[in-house]
Design a protein around this ligand. Sequence first.
Ligand SMILES: Nc1nc2c(ncn2[C@@H]2O[C@H](COP(=O)(O)OP(=O)(O)OP(=O)(O)O)[C@@H](O)[C@H]2O)c(=O)[nH]1
Ligand SMILES: [Mg+2]
Ligand SMILES: [Zn+2]
Length: 479
Amino acid sequence: MPRKKKEETVDGQTAAAPAVEAPKKEKKPKAEKDAEAHAQKEKKAPKPKKEKPVQLPYENVQIPEEPVPQLKKIQPEINIGMIGHVDHGKTTLVSRLTGKWTDTHSEEVKRGITIRLGYANTVFYKCPKERGYEAYTSAAVCPKCGSKCIPLRKVSFVDAPGHETLMATMLSGSAIMDCAVLMVAANEPCPQPQTKEHLVALEIGDVKNIIIVQNKIDLVSEEEAMKNYEQIKAFTKGTFAENAPVIPMVAQQGINIDALIYAIETLFKTPERDLAKDPIMFIARSFDINKPGTAVDRIAGGVLGGALKEGMLRKGQKVEIRPGRKTEKEGKTTWVPLATEIVSLRTGEENIDEATPGGSIALMTRLDPNLVKADALAGNLVGLPGKLPETWYEFDLIPKLLERVVGTEQEMNVEPIKKGEVFMLNVNSSVTTGVVGAIGKDLCHVVLKRPVCAKKTDKITISRLLGHRFRLIGYGLIK
Ligand SMILES: Nc1nc2c(ncn2[C@@H]2O[C@H](COP(=O)(O)OP(=O)(O)OP(=O)(O)O)[C@@H](O)[C@H]2O)c(=O)[nH]1
Ligand SMILES: [Mg+2]
Ligand SMILES: [Zn+2]
């Protein structure tokens, strides 16, 4: 049975949307979920079989001497997006794969939806005894036979929100995704509006390596599941997702999770990163870690959390933050770049000396903690002094519009751009709004509310206010 549609709005994402009290969705508290998940695991895992001398199914696999070799790399190698329509099971699947429930924000728990981007890492392993896809797991000890597994790779999931008002967040997440899993719930007709809108966002962002998960097959008959599968195939036909595998799953119970991990390990290769490039980090969060009343000489500098898009960052490096701090001078608002130094670097719970792209990282800096409070620097970029892309307060945009608005319940045609209309623009994990000024042939002038840093080759996604919500209508390049 399809779930009731959620209609709440979320602050900061839809400037013009009225704030409506959110209906609560019954989502189980984490502890209960974990306990359930655990019980489920115990039920599912067959008793370890008696060891008998079997021929190894893979010639190259060596059963490791104890202890099992550990992965050398502390940082995840790849960012896998988790995308799709609201409620289709993205966070549930991430938690199944990583053991982490990423919806921890109090609003998220209350509303039962994802609001912020969630990051969760895991290591994928291969059991030396199982055959084919059944050998793949995210457990160090094989849940099927109890063997010690061989670690393959550390990966990071970027869990995007599916709610229609949270496209800005999804778009900032897509800026760091290397590939993605598209979740489609089998108990609703496919495609739902954000199934389409997220797929378009990936296409614009050039994230073209995807796997489709057909989730919640426990809620439908085999016949309905097949009908839904045909809908998925018809929907992706002719798009970049046409040949993506479709894996039927019950994320809640981890059914077919081995097949998904196998597909990820086979299809989502670690991207080759050019570490010699100038680093660009997207700031997603910024905060002050000092307790009130900390002695002046013990105050720690501001902390910046986010993801490295390209290049490397090292401990001790001098860095610049752009667009920087908002300042008012003689009635004029400008943004001034900030300069600081990386005191230390962390990924997950571990300190590292240098960071490469993959997963989320945190930089401890010498910034005045007052500058970073309450995510004040979210949307900024970190890079080497003088090496970040230009800061734009206004620009001429060459728009490439879609034919149809796909994120609405009823698709509609994308009307031409009008002078005076307000756009939401996303680029490099940051979001701003802009007002359209003069319109020329194949371009329009846009004055931004907050400046953004972008190269001329960066695609800037354009969303238009339709009704109360911003809907993706295309992208543009700065002329
Ligand atoms: N029956 C069934 N329910 C599931 C399955 N996977 C997830 N659910 C339930 O579906 C609801 C939504 O799951 P979430 O993981 O929060 O969905 P989501 O896609 O992350 O939602 P948003 O982040 O808000 O877009 C929860 O109540 C889950 O327990 C499944 O395989 N079968
Ligand atoms: Mg979620
Ligand atoms: Zn095994």
